[in-house]
Design a binder for this molecule. Structure first.
Ligand SMILES: [Zn+2]
Ligand SMILES: [Zn+2]
Length: 149
């Protein structure tokens, strides 16, 4: 499991691979040190509680790299002048293909820590707006139970 924390001081991202020997992470930009809590489950790629805020509420979404998408679009748009727009259709097909291949990223509602290569992905639900608002604005703790409707 790869973990990407957000520095509480300067909001830079800090990439970490879990290890039982380390309970501190240091931001390479502002040198602020944050406490983290890794356990054996994290080492096995099982995400039950957040190593940063200890909450159990996460959502998953497609791990789409927006910068690459924009770059590809610009290239296709330039090429379309010579290809009479065919490159834009090719780009659209590539998009469809890539989207089905793209992995998932799991995100902590409370502290926005990102997790990749999570092994219990099937237990994690998609984004829920109501849960997000209640966790972020009223500090509600769902303790890993998804909101049923
Ligand atoms: Zn920082
Ligand atoms: Zn968290």
């Amino acid at each position: 499991m790869d973990i990407q924390f957000t520095c509480k001081e300067c909001h830079s991202s800090i990439e970490v691979v879990p290890s039982l020997n380390s309970n501190k992470i240091q931001c390479s930009v502002c040198l602020n040190i944050d406490e983290v809590n890794f356990n054996q489950e994290h080492l096995d790629g099982i995400l039950k509680n957040c190593p940063s805020c200890n909450r159990m509420d996460f959502y998953k979404q497609k791990d789409f790299n927006r910068k690459i998408g924009v770059l590809l679009f610009i290239i296709a748009a330039i090429l379309s002048i010579w290809t009479y727009g065919v490159s834009l259709i090719v780009l659209w097909l590539c998009d469809l293909f890539l989207f089905s291949k793209i992995g998932n990223v799991v995100i902590c509602y409370k502290c926005n820590t990102n997790f990749r290569n999570v092994n219990n992905l099937s237990e994690i639900h998609g984004f829920n707006h109501e849960m997000h608002d209640r966790i972020v604005y009223s500090d509600h703790d769902f303790k890993g139970e998804p909101l049923e409707h």
